[in-house]
Design a protein around this ligand. Sequence first.
Ligand code: HPA
Ligand code: ZN
Length: 319
Amino acid sequence: MPLPIAELHLHIEGTLEPELAFELAARNGVALPYADTDALREAYRFADLQSFLDLYYALMAVLRTERDFEDLANAYLARAAAQGVRHAEIFFDPQAHLARGVGMETVVEGLWRALGSSVQNHGVSTRLILCFLRDESAESALATLDAATPYLDRITGIGLDSAEVGHPPAKFREVYGKAAALGLRRVAHAGEEGPPEYITEALDVLGVERIDHGLRCAEDPELVERLVRERIPLTLCPLSNVRLRTVDTLADHPLPALLDAGLLCTVNSDDPAYFGGYAGDNLDAVRDTLGLSDERLRELARNSFLASFLEDDEELRAR
Ligand code: HPA
Ligand code: ZN
């Protein structure tokens, strides 16, 4: 039996496996520039975040209808459940779809067809987190929040993703302020490729409750102390960090040091179809390569529920 965990850092578009990409391409009459799934998998060699994002956005071309988003989410939920995930807080990137002429309604309603029955069908409770693309303008983020207003009963929070360097959190001060006033929870990617200062800015300017990745906090002992003191969770993604070369090898990952420092770390999969593993695979990898004890693994599992947006009573039931 895998350890029951909550997954808190998961881009639903990053769960698009090559087989499903080809199936949806055929269904929608979309031509893919790869001969077959093996040829597509061959392209999964990334030099950095941007080289991944280029393929991640390009493959979204196959996602066109509500049914596509429903199938994508159901495929993820089934795989996640098999690896011990009992609760998933799921990012989606509406701007990447709106730019292709796929509306907010198609995306949210399609995802909801799977998420709305996920407890019954998969034994996984869910939350939806709308991410803004930080390499798009602040005005575009504001327009996206406006477009999401009719669906806020289905959206728990907002996040910030895509190309980090050169797009500091403060660029999104206004939209985070508006989202807070609407009662939305706030998270942001920070300190993946960007400097530790972006983590501080996400906390101080955007008021985020969790930091996605946050890996580079390890470079700033005072920041680590602050994150420990304020119990700010980090949603780490070890296999992602290896594939995007944020760390040289998994053996170099700072997870053990961050746990030893007292940080509330969680282990997640980010974009599992591209990075070689779902949540349970990430936990297995850190156990095997970093030598984490069973007690440390239980701590990571406990942290994942503590850091989630589940209410206390729901949290206990999900565990
Ligand atoms: N980092 C930033 N943006 C992203 C990622 C990531 O790992 N995955 C999907 N969008
Ligand atoms: Zn991410």
